[in-house]
Every structure is written in structure tokens, then in C-alpha cells.
Design a protein around this ligand. Structure first.
Ligand code: OFO
Length: 171
């Protein structure tokens, strides 16, 4: 059994995590299209992590006997006119997701749903890393100040990112 308000909020978060995956796939395609395939790789790995986040929430909901309703996933807007806009979009999106996770946390707290609070604590910590990773990319862009050679080096560095499964596992 799970509190109804918490169930609704978690169900909505599943959609937001799937949208995150879709957005990052779009950003990945954008960077591939301008021959920054390292950035393309970084965002493709990020998209897989977002899919994991959705999977974890669905698994938790299933474990609690909650009803999951899959909603439509919105079309991401990746019509960027500047190379920095992709990484800036990621920062903005992660800040939004942090707010959404915090909102679910507040609802669970209000409803005294301690098991969901325990589950969400992993997401609260994860968002610190998610925001920092995206912010670091923006900072590097700003540091390079249009230096193409530095951008090329960063692209090579980002091409080495590999997917790893989330540290949270549910039985
Ligand atoms: Fe799921 O953390 Fe990013 O969006």
C-alpha cells in the first residue's frame, strides 16, 4: 500500500524521468550533428541513466502495489543556434528535476510516508551530482571562451564516458 498523493506524484515523476531521457537523446543528436560526438556520447549515456531513474521509480511503485500509468512524452526542443545552449539546457532541466524531487519528498513527509522518504533520499543525493555534472560543462564552455582547440579536447574527454548501472538497487 502507498499513500494516494505520493502515488500520483511518483507516477508523474516517471514521466519526467522519461522526458529527461528523451531530452538528452535529443541533445546527443544535436551534438552529433555538429561533429561533437564526445558530447553526443556523454548525453547518450546520460539518457540511459534517466531511463534507469524511471525504472527505479516504477519498480518501487510496483513493490508498493501502486498503479503506474504511462503518459505521453513531450517532444524536446533542441533547435539550438549556439553550441553552449545544449549544456545550458541540461543545467536548467536538472534544476527543474531537483525541484520536482523535493516536491515529492515534501508530500511524502507531510503524509508521514517514511518508506518513500527513505527511497527518495537516493534521488535527493543523485540530483546534487546531476546538477554539478551539467554545471561543470557550462563552466568549461565559459572558461574556453570560444577556443576551438579546448572544445575539441573536451569533446575527446567526454567521448570516454561509459554507462554504469545506478548504485541503488531494489529487491
Ligand atoms: Fe533523473 O536526474 Fe537527471 O533528470
Amino acid at each position: 500500500m502507498i499513500n494516494k498523493k505520493v502515488e500520483v506524484a511518483l507516477n508523474s515523476q516517471v514521466n519526467k524521468e522519461l522526458f529527461s531521457a528523451y531530452l538528452y537523446l535529443g541533445i546527443s543528436q544535436y551534438y552529433n550533428s555538429v561533429a561533437l560526438e564526445g558530447f553526443g556520447n556523454w548525453f547518450k549515456v546520460q539518457a540511459k541513466e534517466e531511463q534507469d531513474h524511471a525504472d527505479l521509480i516504477m519498480q518501487y511503485m510496483e513493490n508498493c502495489g501502486a498503479r503506474i500509468t504511462l503518459e505521453s512524452i513531450a517532444k524536446p526542443d533542441v533547435s539550438y543556434t549556439d553550441l553552449q545552449q545544449g549544456v545550458e539546457a541540461a543545467v536548467e532541466h536538472e534544476q527543474y528535476i531537483t525541484q520536482e524531487i523535493n516536491t515529492i519528498y515534501s508530500i511524502a513527509l507531510e503524509e508521514k510516508d517514511y518508506k518513500t522518504l527513505e527511497f527518495l533520499s537516493w534521488f535527493v543525493k543523485e540530483q546534487v551530482e546531476e546538477e554539478k555534472n551539467a554545471e561543470d560543462l557550462v563552466k568549461k564552455f565559459e572558461l574556453f571562451n570560444g577556443d576551438k582547440r579546448a572544445l575539441y579536447m573536451l569533446d575527446r574527454e567526454l567521448s570516454t564516458r561509459v554507462y554504469s548501472a545506478p548504485s541503488l538497487t531494489l529487491s
